[in-house]
Design a protein around this ligand. Structure first.
Ligand SMILES: *[C@@H]1O[C@H](CO)[C@@H](O)[C@H](O)[C@H]1NC(C)=O
Ligand SMILES: *[C@@H]1O[C@H](CO)[C@@H](O)[C@H](O)[C@H]1NC(C)=O
Ligand SMILES: *[C@@H]1O[C@H](CO)[C@@H](O)[C@H](O)[C@H]1NC(C)=O
Length: 921
């Protein structure tokens, strides 16, 4: 028998078209996918423009520039720029060609000195020669200020100025001269009313209001430098309540200096609050040197320390590049965004068992993997392409500066890695909601972790590189590292990343590319392996790729089975002639060179080994069955009888423990993939895509079954019409919006499309209203003309209406098999007579029945209602009517009836007998 097996490409085509339709339906996802990169790029551009605007227009970011000689306008080249021409603050990137000069200040300890109070500051000194040290120290602070308002600058350096503010990291701005920070001029005696002086002070273009107060500088002799040391140390510990002694500015040890030699140790407070802070030491050294000079040469001598001035600086990177600054984090999010989409889609097909459903209708693993993987790859590539194009068109340097070929390779490898990872993780999740939530949490967590933690590791050059590489094994970090490298290359004023930069040891891109490539291949392999071994519907052993080595094993297994077969021949199926007959038929069929029956089961068994101390159980035992084409075989049986186990074996979900079944002459143990192409399944629960319409479902499965062109459209139309899904636009409504009955009919339509030779239907009409059921039955009756249908049902009405043969399944084996009439005749053979009277006349009814036939059998009795089984051959219906007429004259008969045996009676009888036999044996 040559099967109309669809080719690899036909299957791939079918799946591809289905995926496209599916994607088209997911409007929300699509819109999000396209809009997110666009929105982020636009956002970045807007931010960049805002920053540029602020740079140019507002004072916050304005570099102070003025035209020379107070002119209103002038050329850019003429402008005088620098911190001194702007307000106090100035953007860090501005050029300062001519830094301002600042009066050198003395570092004063922090004191809270109110206005109008004298503010004492102490200075300690020691020396070998006390009288020498005393004379020199006395020269240090002037006794009265010498302020010359015509030359303020000169007044600053002739007086001793100090500030308690912390100095900055550069000398472009002296924090001591910010408003509200008092500057002290130190002298030996302060005026009685120390209100201070406040006056505007202009340094070149800049005017500040200076608030200068007097501070009293007092020198104290100490016996040794150890004393000084202790005193300074103690000053830390002294609490405010103990009363503050004079704050110590600084201390000097003149050692053995004298008229000829000057040798001095200077204490200064170098404790810093911020990182690199300049210390105001120079002024204190100048102070002491000046004092010594005056001691040597007289009070008129002055060694002036006029000003401090920072080195000029040119403009540093003028613009803040937002894309490069925030790019790493933003773009990580954009790219990771794809991950939940892929994962959710994979888990959806798993959760709704659609993968198995497709497999059972002939979709091979090869086309499935190729198309699904390729599909997500194309989707991701389009997404990335949009992203790069948007970014480039909007002029983000991140994209335009770096070599596009590096970008392509990086993104390409990453999206492959991401898809492989999604495939791998999809085997872990079984629920779409969990997968979605976990994936999005992963996306945002990764973004934030890499932006906050990982970035600081990258930037910290002392962090060991090998740990960095270890962290990059996590794909999210690898992605971030790559993007970070791009943004660094685009922002450092360089011309972007080129291939030759990859050999640079500080560039992490090479490692990232290697790590991602290796992970991609490993993940893909592991995902495929897990899919083959673990996923339901697959029947491969964990070592399936070692197939070659296992062959010997299998053949020895086969001989064992055949030996068992001869043994089992001895076991007679006593009292089941029809079952024995079926078995002989199967053995006859197997002797013929070709099997022309659609389904032949030869001694099929399914054994579930015991678990947790429970004994093992045969779910199916010694099943012989032959179903020719054109026949609908009905399987009846109580719950747990083994019907589902049998169907699972036949559709390839589980493997038989022993025995074999042939579908269209193909062995289900070895040729399941081929069998799938000529098989249709209508599972008990509808396995449908919520967002695809009925027509699209049928088109997809039709294509899988190798239908093409007009044959396909015609088959779909007919199928829709025959199951009453055609009118009122039902066919083009999404399956998610279908009622339960419509879904059921669609499932049946799917199982029948593409002319399968064998169809399994698991309770096809459950949950249908009577009208729909009639319609469904008609369709099945039409369909069974040239194919074999195996149908399980609990509805006797359905079994009688549809099935040509019936088998009643109890405890894993067939109890009887035959067409419904035969069964009824064999197991029925009786009429059921029912009569209801008042309870006084029960005896009379029984007597009447005994008169009709002594072999009558009372099967039911409850308050006046009795049921009897009357053997058909002993009773004539006319006699029954006569007897009832007579009885009616004698006593009141409320109701009576005479019925032929129904299939239901047969079923109950068979099931009961089998169970009784089981408990007895
Ligand atoms: C101490 O210094 C004073 C002042 O310079 C000097 O006159 C005196 O001789 C010095 N004494 C000693 C012991 O060197
Ligand atoms: C310093 O030395 C002098 C004389 O040697 C002594 O009187 C005084 O107590 C000492 N001061 C301290 C604080 O030790
Ligand atoms: C030294 O400077 C630090 C920081 O400004 C300050 O906290 C500390 O009190 C100062 N020490 C003395 C002895 O003044």
């Amino acid at each position: 028998m040559v099967l109309n097996q669809s080719s690899f490409w036909t299957q791939a085509n079918a799946l591809f078209r289905k995926s496209l339709t599916f994607q088209k339906r997911n409007v929300k996802t699509n819109v999000r996918l396209i809009l997110l990169p666009l929105i982020l790029c636009v956002l970045l551009v807007l931010l960049q423009n805002l920053i540029d605007y602020l740079n140019d227009k507002t004072t916050v970011f304005k570099c102070g520039c003025v035209c020379p000689n107070q002119r209103e306008t002038c050329d850019d080249s003429e402008k005088l720029c620098g911190v001194q021409y702007s307000d106090q603050t100035q953007a860090i990137f501005c050029k300062i060609p001519n830094p301002p000069e600042w009066p050198p200040l003395l570092q004063l300890p922090a004191v809270s000195c109110k206005k109008n109070q004298s503010c004492p500051f102490s200075m300690l000194f020691t020396a070998e020669n006390q009288s020498f040290a005393q004379i020199v120290s006395d020269n240090m602070f002037p006794s009265a200020p010498t302020v010359d308002f015509s030359d303020i600058m000169a007044s600053f350096y002739t007086n001793v100025l100090g500030s308690a503010s912390l100095p900055g990291t550069t000398n472009f701005l002296e924090p001591g001269f910010t408003p509200d920070v008092p500057v002290y001029y130190l002298q030996t005696q302060c005026p009685q009313n120390n209100s201070g002086i406040s006056f505007p002070y202009k340094i070149k273009g800049k005017t500040i209001q200076l608030d200068i107060r007097c501070g009293q500088g007092i020198n104290f002799w100490r016996n040794s430098s150890d004393d000084i040391n202790n005193e300074i140390y103690q000053s830390y510990k002294r609490k405010k309540s103990e009363g503050r002694i004079n704050a110590i500015i600084t201390a000097f040890d003149f050692l053995n200096s004298n008229d000829d030699a000057f040798d001095v140790t200077v204490w200064y407070n170098g404790t810093k609050k911020k990182g690199d802070v300049l210390s105001r030491v120079p002024r204190s050294i100048n102070l002491i040197s000046n004092a010594y000079l005056q001691f040597l040469c007289g009070p008129g001598t002055k060694m002036l320390f006029e000003f401090v001035k920072e080195m000029p600086k040119s403009e540093t990177s003028y613009r803040i590049n937002i894309a490069s600054l925030l790019g790493g984090l933003f773009f990580t999010w954009v790219i990771l965004q794809l991950f939940p989409v892929v994962l959710t889609s994979l888990v959806y097909e798993k959760e709704h068992k659609l993968r198995i459903m497709m497999k059972m209708h002939g979709l091979g693993d090869g086309p499935y993997w190729m198309i699904t993987y390729g599909y997500f790859l194309v989707l991701s590539m389009i997404y990335m392409l949009c992203f790069v194009i948007f970014g480039s068109v909007l002029g983000l340097k991140f994209f335009t500066l770096n070599d596009y070929s590096i970008q392509f390779v990086f993104y390409f490898i990453y999206i492959n890695l991401q898809i492989s990872l999604a495939f791998l993780l999809s085997s872990v999740f079984s629920n779409v909601m969990t997968a979605t939530v976990t994936a999005y949490m992963g996306v945002f967590g990764t973004g934030i972790l890499s932006g906050v933690l990982f970035q600081s590791f990258i930037e910290d050059s002392s962090f060991p590189r090998k740990w960095l590489i270890c962290m990059e094994l996590y794909p999210g970090f690898a992605l971030y590292r790559g993007l970070w490298e791009f943004s660094q290359s685009a922002s450092m004023g360089t011309d972007g990343m080129r291939w030759r930069d990859l050999s640079n040891s500080t560039n992490g891109m090479k490692e990232v590319l290697i790590i991602m490539f290796v992970e991609w291949t490993v993940f893909l392999f592991v995902a495929y392996y897990i899919d083959q071994v673990l996923s339901t519907g697959s029947r491969k052993s964990p070592l399936f790729f070692l197939k070659g080595f296992q062959k010997k094993h299998l053949s020895s297994f086969k001989t064992k089975i055949s030996i068992q077969r001869q043994g089992s021949n001895v076991l007679a199926h006593t009292g089941k002639p029809d079952v024995i007959q079926e078995r002989e038929k199967v053995e006859q069929l197997l002797l013929q060179p070709t099997i022309n029956h659609a389904i032949v089961c030869d001694d099929l068994k399914k054994f579930y080994p015991g678990r947790d101390g429970n004994p093992g159980k045969f779910a199916v035992k010694e099943l012989f069955l032959a179903v020719p084409r054109g026949v609908c075989f009905g399987m009846l049986g109580p719950n747990g009888a083994g019907k589902t186990s049998f169907i699972s074996m036949m559709i390839g979900l589980t493997k038989p423990s022993s025995g074999v079944a042939y579908v269209e002459g193909l062995d289900i143990r070895t040729h399941m993939d081929a069998i799938y192409t000529s098989m249709g399944v209508c599972p008990q629960h509808d396995l449908l895509w919520e967002s695809l319409t009925g027509r699209e479902h049928l088109l997809f499965y039709g294509r899988l079954k190798n239908l093409k062109g007009s044959a396909l459209t015609q088959a779909v139309e007919e199928s829709l019409k025959s199951l009453n899904l055609f009118h009122g636009g039902v066919a083009d409504k999404k399956a998610g919006k279908y009622s339960g009955g419509m879904k059921r009919r669609l499932s049946v339509a799917i199982s029948l499309i593409g002319d399968p030779k064998v169809v399994y239907m698991d309770e096809p009409s459950s949950g249908l209203d009577p009208a729909s059921r009639k319609c469904l039955w008609n369709a099945i009756r039409l369909a069974k003309r040239d194919r074999a249908i195996i149908l399980t049902t609990h509805s006797m009405e359905e079994a009688e209406a549809l099935c040509d043969r019936l088998g009643i399944f109890v405890d894993g084996s067939l109890q009887c098999i035959g067409n419904p009439k035969e069964l009824k005749a064999r197991y029925g053979g009786t009429y059921v007579f029912t009569m209801t009277t008042s309870s006084d006349h029960e005896k009379g009814v029984e007597n009447m029945v005994r008169k009709l036939t002594p072999n009558a059998n009372k099967i039911y009795h409850l308050s006046g209602t009795q049921k009897f089984e009357l053997p058909k051959e002993e009773v004539k219906i006319a006699n029954v009517f006569q007897a009832v007429e007579v009885a009616k004259r004698n006593f009141t008969v409320f109701a009576w009836g005479l019925a032929d045996t129904t299939l239901e009676d047969v079923f109950i009888k068979v099931a009961r007998n089998a169970q009784a036999f089981d408990t007895w044996s």
